[in-house]
Design a protein around this ligand. Sequence first.
Ligand SMILES: O=C[C@H](O)COP(=O)(O)O
Length: 263
Amino acid sequence: MARTPLMAGNWKMNLTHVEAVGLVQKLAWTLSDKKHDSGRCEVVVLPPFTDIRSVQTLIEGDRLELGFGAQDLSPHDKGAYTGDVSAEMLAKLNCRYVTVGHSERRTYHAEDDALVNAKTKQALAHRITPIVCVGEGLDVRQAGNQVEYTLAQVRAALDGLSAEQAASVVIAYEPVWAIGTGEVATPADAQEVCGAIRGLLAEAFGADVADRVRILYGGSVKSNNVAQIMDQPDVDGCLVGGASLQIDEFSAIARFYALPAVG
Ligand SMILES: O=C[C@H](O)COP(=O)(O)O
Protein backbone atom coordinates (compact mmCIF):
# COMPACT_ATOMS: atom_id res chain seq x y z
CA MET A 1 0.00 0.00 0.00
CA ALA A 2 1.26 3.48 -0.85
CA ARG A 3 1.39 5.67 2.25
CA THR A 4 0.75 9.36 1.62
CA PRO A 5 3.64 11.29 3.17
CA LEU A 6 2.73 13.57 6.06
CA MET A 7 4.51 16.76 7.10
CA ALA A 8 3.24 17.99 10.46
CA GLY A 9 4.34 21.36 11.80
CA ASN A 10 4.46 21.36 15.60
CA TRP A 11 4.42 25.03 16.55
CA LYS A 12 5.04 24.18 20.21
CA MET A 13 4.38 27.21 22.47
CA ASN A 14 4.72 29.81 19.73
CA LEU A 15 2.40 32.30 17.98
CA THR A 16 -0.64 34.15 19.28
CA HIS A 17 -3.92 33.50 17.47
CA VAL A 18 -3.36 36.64 15.39
CA GLU A 19 0.11 35.48 14.36
CA ALA A 20 -1.28 32.00 13.69
CA VAL A 21 -3.77 33.34 11.15
CA GLY A 22 -0.98 35.21 9.38
CA LEU A 23 1.23 32.14 9.19
CA VAL A 24 -1.51 29.85 7.90
CA GLN A 25 -2.54 32.38 5.25
CA LYS A 26 1.04 32.79 4.04
CA LEU A 27 1.70 29.05 4.15
CA ALA A 28 -1.43 28.27 2.12
CA TRP A 29 -0.62 31.02 -0.35
CA THR A 30 2.97 29.82 -0.79
CA LEU A 31 1.95 26.19 -1.29
CA SER A 32 -0.70 27.20 -3.78
CA ASP A 33 1.71 29.52 -5.63
CA LYS A 34 4.20 26.66 -5.92
CA LYS A 35 1.42 24.33 -7.05
CA HIS A 36 1.82 21.97 -4.14
CA ASP A 37 0.31 18.56 -4.85
CA SER A 38 -1.52 17.50 -1.67
CA GLY A 39 -1.78 13.98 -3.10
CA ARG A 40 2.00 13.76 -2.83
CA CYS A 41 2.24 15.17 0.67
CA GLU A 42 -0.37 15.94 3.34
CA VAL A 43 0.45 19.13 5.22
CA VAL A 44 -0.74 19.69 8.77
CA VAL A 45 -0.24 22.38 11.42
CA LEU A 46 -0.37 21.72 15.16
CA PRO A 47 -0.91 25.09 16.88
CA PRO A 48 -1.25 25.78 20.60
CA PHE A 49 -4.80 25.28 21.96
CA THR A 50 -5.55 29.01 21.95
CA ASP A 51 -4.96 29.23 18.19
CA ILE A 52 -6.98 26.24 17.07
CA ARG A 53 -10.36 27.94 16.65
CA SER A 54 -8.86 30.72 14.52
CA VAL A 55 -6.89 28.24 12.43
CA GLN A 56 -9.97 26.06 11.97
CA THR A 57 -12.11 29.01 10.87
CA LEU A 58 -9.53 30.08 8.32
CA ILE A 59 -8.79 26.63 6.91
CA GLU A 60 -12.42 25.57 6.69
CA GLY A 61 -13.75 28.98 5.62
CA ASP A 62 -11.27 29.34 2.78
CA ARG A 63 -11.16 25.60 2.04
CA LEU A 64 -7.39 25.55 2.37
CA GLU A 65 -5.65 22.27 1.67
CA LEU A 66 -4.16 22.08 5.13
CA GLY A 67 -4.96 19.81 8.04
CA PHE A 68 -4.74 20.89 11.65
CA GLY A 69 -4.64 19.38 15.10
CA ALA A 70 -3.48 19.83 18.66
CA GLN A 71 -0.31 19.19 20.62
CA ASP A 72 -1.84 17.35 23.57
CA LEU A 73 -5.12 16.18 25.09
CA SER A 74 -6.48 15.06 28.42
CA PRO A 75 -6.72 11.35 29.22
CA HIS A 76 -10.05 12.16 30.93
CA ASP A 77 -13.48 12.60 29.36
CA LYS A 78 -14.60 15.73 31.25
CA GLY A 79 -14.91 17.20 34.71
CA ALA A 80 -12.67 18.63 37.41
CA TYR A 81 -9.33 18.56 35.61
CA THR A 82 -8.19 22.18 35.68
CA GLY A 83 -6.14 23.12 32.65
CA ASP A 84 -6.95 19.98 30.67
CA VAL A 85 -8.48 19.99 27.19
CA SER A 86 -10.58 16.97 26.28
CA ALA A 87 -10.65 14.88 23.13
CA GLU A 88 -14.30 15.79 22.70
CA MET A 89 -13.42 19.51 22.70
CA LEU A 90 -10.76 18.91 20.04
CA ALA A 91 -13.07 16.72 17.98
CA LYS A 92 -15.72 19.48 18.02
CA LEU A 93 -13.13 21.79 16.48
CA ASN A 94 -12.51 19.16 13.76
CA CYS A 95 -8.95 18.48 14.87
CA ARG A 96 -7.70 15.66 12.68
CA TYR A 97 -4.51 14.97 14.63
CA VAL A 98 -3.06 15.26 18.12
CA THR A 99 0.48 14.60 19.27
CA VAL A 100 0.82 12.41 22.35
CA GLY A 101 3.92 11.60 24.33
CA HIS A 102 6.11 14.30 22.85
CA SER A 103 9.46 14.22 24.64
CA GLU A 104 8.82 17.75 25.92
CA ARG A 105 5.63 16.48 27.63
CA ARG A 106 7.48 13.45 28.95
CA THR A 107 10.33 15.62 30.30
CA TYR A 108 8.57 18.77 31.56
CA HIS A 109 5.27 17.20 32.62
CA ALA A 110 6.49 13.79 33.75
CA GLU A 111 4.28 11.94 31.27
CA ASP A 112 4.95 8.22 31.46
CA ASP A 113 4.14 5.35 29.12
CA ALA A 114 0.84 4.56 30.86
CA LEU A 115 -0.37 8.13 30.38
CA VAL A 116 0.73 8.14 26.74
CA ASN A 117 -1.24 4.92 26.25
CA ALA A 118 -4.35 6.46 27.88
CA LYS A 119 -4.09 9.58 25.71
CA THR A 120 -3.63 7.47 22.57
CA LYS A 121 -6.82 5.55 23.37
CA GLN A 122 -8.69 8.74 24.20
CA ALA A 123 -7.79 10.28 20.83
CA LEU A 124 -8.81 7.14 18.95
CA ALA A 125 -12.12 6.98 20.81
CA HIS A 126 -12.93 10.43 19.40
CA ARG A 127 -11.67 9.66 15.89
CA ILE A 128 -8.67 11.93 16.20
CA THR A 129 -5.46 10.45 14.82
CA PRO A 130 -2.80 10.29 17.52
CA ILE A 131 0.74 11.09 16.46
CA VAL A 132 2.53 8.98 19.05
CA CYS A 133 5.98 10.39 19.76
CA VAL A 134 8.82 8.11 20.79
CA GLY A 135 12.60 8.32 20.84
CA GLU A 136 15.70 7.94 22.93
CA GLY A 137 17.84 10.42 24.81
CA LEU A 138 21.55 10.91 24.22
CA ASP A 139 22.62 8.49 26.96
CA VAL A 140 20.58 5.68 25.43
CA ARG A 141 21.92 6.46 21.96
CA GLN A 142 25.51 6.49 23.22
CA ALA A 143 24.95 3.10 24.83
CA GLY A 144 23.65 1.80 21.50
CA ASN A 145 20.24 0.90 22.93
CA GLN A 146 18.11 3.21 20.76
CA VAL A 147 16.15 0.45 19.03
CA GLU A 148 15.10 -1.53 22.08
CA TYR A 149 14.37 1.65 24.09
CA THR A 150 12.16 3.12 21.37
CA LEU A 151 10.37 -0.15 20.65
CA ALA A 152 9.50 -0.45 24.34
CA GLN A 153 7.87 3.00 24.14
CA VAL A 154 5.90 1.98 21.04
CA ARG A 155 4.74 -1.26 22.68
CA ALA A 156 3.56 0.63 25.77
CA ALA A 157 1.78 3.36 23.78
CA LEU A 158 -0.13 0.86 21.64
CA ASP A 159 -0.87 -1.62 24.40
CA GLY A 160 -4.46 -2.89 24.21
CA LEU A 161 -5.21 -1.43 20.77
CA SER A 162 -7.02 -3.53 18.17
CA ALA A 163 -5.36 -4.03 14.80
CA GLU A 164 -7.84 -1.60 13.27
CA GLN A 165 -6.99 1.06 15.86
CA ALA A 166 -3.25 0.48 15.45
CA ALA A 167 -3.59 0.92 11.69
CA SER A 168 -4.91 4.44 12.16
CA VAL A 169 -2.11 5.66 14.40
CA VAL A 170 0.84 7.77 13.23
CA ILE A 171 4.15 7.20 15.00
CA ALA A 172 6.83 9.87 15.17
CA TYR A 173 10.38 8.77 15.93
CA GLU A 174 12.14 11.74 17.47
CA PRO A 175 15.55 11.12 19.01
CA VAL A 176 15.56 13.60 21.89
CA TRP A 177 19.17 14.60 21.25
CA ALA A 178 18.18 15.83 17.77
CA ILE A 179 15.26 18.05 18.81
CA GLY A 180 15.93 21.75 18.41
CA THR A 181 19.68 21.18 18.54
CA GLY A 182 20.58 21.25 14.87
CA GLU A 183 21.87 17.70 15.41
CA VAL A 184 19.89 15.79 12.82
CA ALA A 185 20.07 12.00 12.91
CA THR A 186 21.65 10.57 9.79
CA PRO A 187 19.21 9.08 7.28
CA ALA A 188 20.58 5.67 8.27
CA ASP A 189 19.92 6.40 11.98
CA ALA A 190 16.33 7.35 11.15
CA GLN A 191 15.81 4.28 8.95
CA GLU A 192 17.28 1.92 11.54
CA VAL A 193 14.69 2.84 14.18
CA CYS A 194 11.74 3.52 11.83
CA GLY A 195 12.34 0.15 10.15
CA ALA A 196 12.43 -1.55 13.54
CA ILE A 197 9.15 0.15 14.49
CA ARG A 198 7.52 -1.19 11.34
CA GLY A 199 8.87 -4.64 12.16
CA LEU A 200 7.32 -4.44 15.62
CA LEU A 201 3.97 -3.36 14.13
CA ALA A 202 4.05 -6.36 11.78
CA GLU A 203 4.80 -8.71 14.65
CA ALA A 204 2.15 -7.26 16.95
CA PHE A 205 -0.66 -6.40 14.53
CA GLY A 206 0.14 -8.07 11.21
CA ALA A 207 1.83 -7.09 7.96
CA ASP A 208 -1.20 -5.22 6.63
CA VAL A 209 -1.25 -2.89 9.64
CA ALA A 210 2.51 -2.35 9.46
CA ASP A 211 2.14 -1.46 5.82
CA ARG A 212 -0.53 1.15 6.52
CA VAL A 213 0.95 3.00 9.51
CA ARG A 214 2.81 6.19 8.72
CA ILE A 215 6.07 6.59 10.60
CA LEU A 216 7.52 10.09 10.81
CA TYR A 217 10.99 11.29 11.72
CA GLY A 218 11.43 14.41 13.84
CA GLY A 219 14.48 16.33 15.01
CA SER A 220 16.03 19.37 13.31
CA VAL A 221 14.38 18.67 9.96
CA LYS A 222 15.09 21.44 7.47
CA SER A 223 14.68 21.93 3.73
CA ASN A 224 18.33 20.99 3.23
CA ASN A 225 18.09 17.56 4.88
CA VAL A 226 14.46 16.51 4.30
CA ALA A 227 15.04 14.86 0.92
CA GLN A 228 17.66 12.46 2.32
CA ILE A 229 15.44 11.59 5.26
CA MET A 230 12.38 11.04 3.06
CA ASP A 231 14.45 8.81 0.81
CA GLN A 232 14.43 6.13 3.53
CA PRO A 233 11.90 3.35 2.89
CA ASP A 234 10.34 3.39 6.36
CA VAL A 235 10.15 7.17 6.81
CA ASP A 236 6.75 8.47 5.68
CA GLY A 237 7.00 12.07 6.74
CA CYS A 238 8.38 14.43 9.35
CA LEU A 239 7.30 16.08 12.58
CA VAL A 240 8.83 19.53 12.21
CA GLY A 241 9.36 21.97 15.06
CA GLY A 242 11.38 25.14 14.52
CA ALA A 243 11.30 25.06 10.73
CA SER A 244 7.49 24.87 10.70
CA LEU A 245 7.40 28.49 11.89
CA GLN A 246 9.26 29.65 8.78
CA ILE A 247 7.04 29.76 5.71
CA ASP A 248 9.76 29.24 3.10
CA GLU A 249 11.34 26.40 5.05
CA PHE A 250 8.13 24.57 5.85
CA SER A 251 6.68 24.92 2.37
CA ALA A 252 9.94 23.57 0.90
CA ILE A 253 9.85 20.67 3.38
CA ALA A 254 6.25 19.94 2.37
CA ARG A 255 7.37 19.94 -1.26
CA PHE A 256 10.31 17.63 -0.59
CA TYR A 257 9.27 15.62 -3.65
CA ALA A 258 10.13 18.59 -5.86
CA LEU A 259 13.63 19.04 -4.40
CA PRO A 260 16.64 17.87 -6.42
CA ALA A 261 17.10 14.08 -6.35
CA VAL A 262 19.21 12.62 -3.55
CA GLY A 263 22.72 11.48 -4.21
O1 LIG B 1 7.83 18.12 17.31
C1 LIG B 1 8.86 18.44 16.72
C2 LIG B 1 10.15 18.04 17.20
O2 LIG B 1 10.29 18.25 18.56
C3 LIG B 1 11.30 18.55 16.39
O3 LIG B 1 11.59 19.89 16.68
P1 LIG B 1 12.74 20.63 15.81
O4 LIG B 1 12.35 20.43 14.37
O5 LIG B 1 12.70 22.04 16.26
O6 LIG B 1 14.02 19.91 16.12
